[in-house]
Design a binder for this molecule. Sequence first.
Ligand code: PMP
Length: 284
Amino acid sequence: SVAHVDGVWFDDARDATIGVLDHGLLYGDGVFEGIRFYGPEPFALDAHLRRLRASARALVLDVPWSDEELGALCRETARRTGLQDGYIRLVVTRGMGALGVSPASCERPSLILIGAPLALYPAQALEQGVDVVTSSLRRAASDALPPQVKSLNYLTNVLASIEARRQGAHEALLLDAEGRVAECTADNLFVVHDGVARTPPATDGALRGITRDHVVGLLDAAGVPVIEASLVLADVWTADEAFMTGTGAEVVAIRSVDGRPFPAAPGPLTRRAQELFAASVRAG
Ligand code: PMP
């Protein structure tokens, strides 16, 4: 894995460091994106940079690099990994400042890029589907830090992931503050009933996933009915099949939720989504 921190490249990301007074570390004050590259080209780079800027605007965080500069750095990161396919983590923090929550003393944001291979689940789970359990933690309410903002504040997701793994599952499903289905720890959720795929709207506590939007577009173009709809837990438990989408996960079948196995994993519509997705990222 390789890294870039404020203009300096590291051949091994383990050698890259950041100041202890960086507010990204002290307060989670920063934004990030995860971007996959297939061949030399970062996938959906424009959409990722747009979302990064939107998140930064919500945090009143200045991103003083142009899209061209950030794009060139992403490509350079991908190139330096020497990998055919891989993952780029792009992070912008508030930068170094005084102790104290206020960012007033932070003069310059820090820019971090990491390039590495990424496999979120074991190979067997990818073939047979992952086991998911509902987390006891809820996604933040819309009047707290909105989940649509991809900030460095991921503790709810971290704790949900710990909880899931302690229960022998691979992933956690989080509800929003009102009890609607939101998303998994780093993935959006789709459920299928009678050949119709549904995914929660981003207003129900989910990040508006770029993979989600891409898969919706692919299914739509292939004539598969797919809609955004608020879901409750029972909609998930009773689905014919379910899958998750995310940059890291790509398209992953779900085998069970809360100990309730789906009739098929991967189900036919999940397979379709996986095939369409795989073909589309190669097509460029
Ligand atoms: N939800 C959360 C909380 C995430 O961190 C991610 C990963 N960025 C996703 C959903 C999926 O989004 P995307 O498809 O843009 O990677």
